[in-house]
Design a protein around this ligand. Sequence first.
Ligand code: THU
Length: 159
Amino acid sequence: MKEINLSTKIAVYPLEECSEAEKKLIEAAKSATERAYVPYSGFSVGSAVLLGNGEIVSGSNQENAAYPSGLCAERTTVFYANSSFPEEKVVAIAVAAFHKGAFTSDVITPCGACRQVLLETENRFHSPMRVLMYSEKGVYVVNSIKDLLPLSFGDEMLK
Ligand code: THU
């Protein structure tokens, strides 16, 4: 028997130490929480992506009375970005959540299904995506969604 150790390094930045471009992306994610449709959970998630052409696209979670028909903010945003700008890679994504009257003090991290979709986007454009996970206490940053999805399943396995 042997063991394989998987480890992930996450950089934790105070917001002030983020670059101006990153602060702008985080602001876009935070303001997108205002457009969430969350009558069931009351948990408003916003995300924003920076595209290769410099454009910022944002989105929010959209819930549904038939619960599984709703969609997370990250997938809403990336699907919209990819369908509007199919030639543009996604350089970075920021995610923020607003709950019970305040932005969360713990970071909001993409759910498993969103990680899989973000991985597909990275693979599609052959370009890693920086992931900025916002909280009032600080911002977790990884340089690729692969850091959040070890042993992932991707297109290369279908070859
Ligand atoms: N949600 C997101 O939009 N993104 C995440 O990363 C985690 C969860 C949404 C789904 C649902 O509308 C609400 O948050 C509560 O789970």
